[in-house]
Design a binder for this molecule. Structure first.
Ligand code: OSB
Ligand code: MG
Length: 387
């Protein structure tokens, strides 16, 4: 089967509520949806790069009076602009008009240095198409073993501790049994204490998105008293060395997110003692193939993994759910129901939460959900097709 056509779409979807982290606030999710067409089938993938083609790129980089704000950065260096370029000029030409093969999925983009988010967007679409051709669900193609995956919710920074506790209460009432809160300097230990005062036993973890330095070690030592499942990415986004100095001072496991870009990074981080848990995001590590390699390595080293999230649409979410069904994904993922993010998802059916804080893994071929083209068209702001 030959890949006859590839299409890129820039999509913008309003979030139900703004999502604030230590690095900035997102009101709207912008991503690239990749589709690959061949043999009468369509494979779908989502590239989770951050907003690039914004009408007002300076909005979030300037503060009062238009002065540059220095408290702002991106999760990754990749934006939808850089990813569009990499996809259009390097990756799409590699697969267009060529037969679909699993070697291509692995090889796609391997000659590139970096740009994992762009690579993963195309790779996901190729995996979906491959699974559809075989008539099997993506989770089976990946080696998943579960029918339902345990999930939690990632709670953005709230305007007050009262609002934080109310938000956490609301998610617990919806059935989420694992809560992650975003922290930043000045909104960290007290936030944890407020939640623990009301909910001494819930599964709770924090994510700093690289907002601290090794000089903040005493803060994390103090967090040891609060039975956190893990502390996610406390130090530099590209650091392993300082994390290896922090981890031995803590009982709570450090979990790396931003710092792990590949199997090699995962191996190095484990060898250095920089992390005891790894957050796997297929986007961040260039796709499902590399995710699976990291999963297997961690399994052999006794390092638990869980599936991170990037506020995905239903397309990316379907991939996350499939990935999270692999056996060493033993901690609940940041894979919440569609209605945690959007008023309306672009897949049917949307993802919903089961009463036991799980999401069911779709059983149909490929992603196992149908992309709703009417709703996808409604949120598409730019399109380019390659034949
Ligand atoms: O660090 O895990 C993160 C969202 C955007 C960028 C980075 C992160 C996140 C989340 C959201 O925590 C998780 C989700 O998709 O629910
Ligand atoms: Mg994170």
């Amino acid at each position: 089967m030959q890949i006859e056509r590839v299409e890129l779409r820039l999509v913008r979807m309003q979030l139900k509520a703004p999502f604030q982290t230590s690095f900035g606030t997102e009101h709207e999710r912008e991503c690239i949806i990749v589709s690959v067409h061949g043999g009468g089938l369509t494979g779908w993938g989502e590239c989770v790069a951050s907003r690039g083609f914004s009408a007002d790129p300076l909005r979030s980089t300037t503060g009062a009076g238009g002065a540059p704000r220095l408290d702002w950065h991106l999760y990754s260096y990749e934006t939808t602009v850089t990813a569009w370029h990499i996809l259009r000029d390097f990756l799409v030409p590699q697969v267009l008009g060529r037969p679909l093969s699993s070697e291509d999925m692995v090889a796609a983009g391997q000659q590139l240095r970096g740009h994992p988010l762009a690579r993963a967007g195309l790779e996901a679409a190729l995996w979906d198409l491959t699974a559809q051709l075989q008539g099997i669900p993506l989770h089976r193609a990946l080696g998943g073993t579960r029918e339902r995956v345990s999930v939690g919710v990632s709670v953005g920074i709230q305007p007050s501790y009262e609002a934080l506790v109310d938000t956490v209460d609301a998610y617990l009432a919806q059935g989420y049994r694992r809560i992650k809160i975003k922290i930043k300097p000045g909104y960290d230990l007290e936030a944890v204490k407020r939640i623990r005062a009301k909910h001494p036993d819930i599964l709770l973890q924090v994510d700093a998105n690289s907002a601290y330095t090794l000089a903040d070690a005493p803060l994390f030592e103090a967090m040891d008293e609060h039975k956190l499942l893990l502390i996610e990415q406390p130090l530099g986004w590209d650091d392993l060395y300082e994390h290896s100095k922090l981890q031995p001072r803590l009982r709570t496991p450090i979990c790396l997110d931003e710092s792990i870009h590949s199997l090699g990074h995962a191996r190095l981080a484990i060898e250095l003692g920089a992390t005891r848990v790894i957050n796997i995001k297929a986007g961040r590590v260039s796709g499902f193939t590399e995710s699976r390699r990291i999963h297997d390595l961690c399994q052999s080293r006794g390092v638990p993994v869980w599936c991170g999230g990037m506020l995905e649409t239903g397309i990316g979410r379907a991939g996350n759910v499939a990935l999270a069904s692999l056996p060493n994904f033993t901690l609940p993922g940041d894979v919440s129901a569609s209605d945690r993010y959007f008023h309306e998802d672009i897949v049917d059916p949307p993802f919903t939460l089961n009463p036991d804080s799980t999401i069911s893994v779709p059983t149909g071929p490929g992603l196992g959900v149908a992309v709703n083209l009417t709703r996808l068209d409604a949120v598409t702001v730019r399109r380019e097709a390659f034949v």
